[in-house]
Design a protein around this ligand. Structure first.
Ligand code: NCD
Length: 310
């Protein structure tokens, strides 16, 4: 049963529950009328305490396409957080007005806390440098759609692996699929947090940490590029020094497999040159679209739309 459930970390859903969401998303993609009015009269609160384009708009588009409505705020400045209201109180209020809450917050653990004060499902749209489970659903659906399966792949993660919450969530999720090898490519200062590495070690996942992107290219089936997370740095000089460590360009792409795909949660800054956009292996804009379909599947499921039976 997905009805009434919150999604805070990727492990909150079982593999078969995720598979169910992917199949539902695929059905919606094939027939955009499917589930069209299934959430008529229902309300989604989108509480964004941090900037967002894709995540917020794709959740709102998903809810509207399902016939529901949205309310909320896109920046904390327009909420009572600026008056000093606690997150717990904001959530209690939102839960009494809406049928589900999507929240992004700069503090790690905020989504879990919110779920404890909410009587309606809470969906984590990013909690600081911690997790971003609906981006993971998007990433996995994209891999499945474009490569036909989620197994027996070498996945390279490149960029800010320290603060990149999409990396943390995707690495944890991929560890549950068969025969996935991971290569983590970053400068020394931005390596993957110890707790994720320990989790991978405990599950006997094969992974490697490197600094060089070029040399790793020929091995990869999926390359997951990320932006250096400026907002999480304590020091602007460090950001400026590290921000352009990796720039994926035509030359580097020429060393990649013909069937490799390049993903990026977006927004990109400089890490993928625009000259790559027309390469058939560049999948990041398709990925953004899959994000809407999988969020439609998720909302229809947690809000218990009539036609959705899990
Ligand atoms: C990501 C995020 O917010 O973590 N964006 C997104 O949701 N698509 C990645 C990022 O901001 O770099």
């Amino acid at each position: 049963m997905l009805k009434g459930r919150s999604l805070i970390e990727p492990e909150d859903f079982s593999l078969s529950e995720m598979e169910f969401l992917f199949s539902l998303a695929e059905m919606i993609e094939k027939d955009e009328k499917y589930l069209r009015n299934s959430l008529k009269g229902r309300l989604l609160a989108t509480l964004f305490f941090e900037p967002s384009t894709r995540t917020r708009l794709s959740f709102e588009a998903a809810m509207l396409r399902l016939g529901g409505s949205c309310l909320g705020f896109a920046e904390p400045g327009s909420s009572s957080a600026v008056k000093g209201e606690s997150l717990a109180d904001t959530i209690r209020m939102a839960a009494s007005y809406a049928d589900a809450i999507v929240m992004r917050n700069p503090k790690e653990g905020a989504a879990l806390l919110a779920s404890r004060y909410s009587v309606v499902p809470v969906i984590n749209a990013g909690d600081g440098g911690h997790h971003h489970p609906t981006q993971t659903l998007t990433d996995l659906l994209t891999i499945r759609q474009l490569l036909g399966k989620i197994e027996n792949f070498t996945v390279g993660f490149c960029g800010d692996l320290k603060f990149g919450r999409t990396v943390h969530s995707l690495a944890k999720a991929l560890a549950r699929f068969p025969d996935i090898k991971m290569i983590f490519i970053s400068p020394q200062e931005l390596i993957l947090p110890e707790y994720i590495k320990n989790m991978l070690k405990n599950q006997n996942i094969i992974f490697d940490e490197r600094e060089n992107l070029e040399k790793s290219m020929p091995e990869l089936d999926v390359l997951y590029m990320t932006r250096v997370q400026r907002e999480r740095f304590f020091n602007e000089d460090d950001y400026i020094r590290l921000k352009d460590t990796y720039v994926l360009n035509k030359e580097k792409m020429s060393a990649g497999k013909e069937k490799m795909i390049v993903l990026h949660p977006l927004p990109r800054v400089n890490e993928i040159s625009v000259e790559i956009d027309s390469d058939p292996r560049a999948a990041y804009f398709k990925q953004a679209k899959y994000g809407m379909y999988v969020r439609m599947a998720l909302l229809a499921s947690v809000l218990g739309a009539e036609d959705v039976k899990y």
